[in-house]
Design a protein around this ligand. Structure first.
Ligand code: SAM
Length: 209
């Protein structure tokens, strides 16, 4: 929890309480279902929560923005972002029902009114979104083909709205068809060595073709 406060010092009391509760909620679920890998659950705040919030270091979601999290699994990056941005609407989807059950129970426990969670395949999502976020679901070309029709076409900010994907390692090959994508190194924002190879890829709507 200290690492969240270090990098996001202006949280409200409610947000602090919600982030703190994630510790118990995810440990409790993980004893029943393997929603977070056993080796990572003890680093929940760094490897999952702070990593998810890396998107917020790159992009500020304005109130009223509508965000889709594709393949959210246990709720990453969607849940940490929804706590940070209570005025933004989040739609979290995954094809696996038991993962959505975990997400729904976390949403209920935190009383997150800005989140809807649903068992759904990315390709079948209906809606127009300002941003599509994701982590560790598939390669960039497939991801873009799944979601490109879901980004609202009438955007005020076509150079801003679009895809924000959390990725690691060398992305040269994966991004060769997307020369306009921008890679942001999370090591520029967070000190822990976990972030050394971690990036946020931003592909604005204007270049999602
Ligand atoms: C490696 S997990 C990552 C989960 C989460 N994003 C995270 O970073 O902790 C990949 C998730 O993507 C989901 N997934 C894979 N293909 C999908 C699709 N076509 N539509 C929706 N979800 C999908 C899987 O069910 C799985 O929960």
């Amino acid at each position: 929890m200290d690492e969240i406060l270090k990098y996001f010092p202006n949280l409200t009391d409610l947000q602090k309480e919600q982030f703190a509760k994630l510790d118990f909620l995810y440990h409790d679920w993980n004893e029943k279902i393997n929603v977070i890998s056993r080796k990572d659950i003890d680093a929940l705040y760094t490897k999952h929560i702070l990593h998810s919030l890396g998107i917020a270091k790159v992009m500020k979601f304005e109130p009223g923005t509508y965000v889709l999290d594709v393949g959210t699994g246990g709720g990453f990056p969607g849940i940490p972002l929804a706590i940070l941005y209570p005025e933004t609407r989040f739609y979290l989807i995954d094809i696996i029902a038991k993962k959505i059950k975990v997400v729904q129970s976390v949403v209920d426990a935190l009383e997150l009114k800005n989140v809807k969670a649903e068992q759904l395949r990315a390709e079948n999502v209906k809606g127009d979104f300002d941003f599509i976020v994701s982590r560790a679901v598939t390669n960039m070309p497939d991801f873009v083909s799944w979601v490109k029709t879901k980004i609202k076409k009438q955007q005020k900010h076509a150079l801003k709205n679009g895809i924000l994907y959390l990725k690691g390692g060398d992305l040269t090959e994966e991004l060769k068809d997307f020369p306009k994508a921008t890679e942001y190194n999370l090591a520029d924002f967070f000190e822990d060595e976990f972030f050394e190879t971690k990036k946020v890829v931003h592909l604005p709507l204007k270049f999602v073709v």
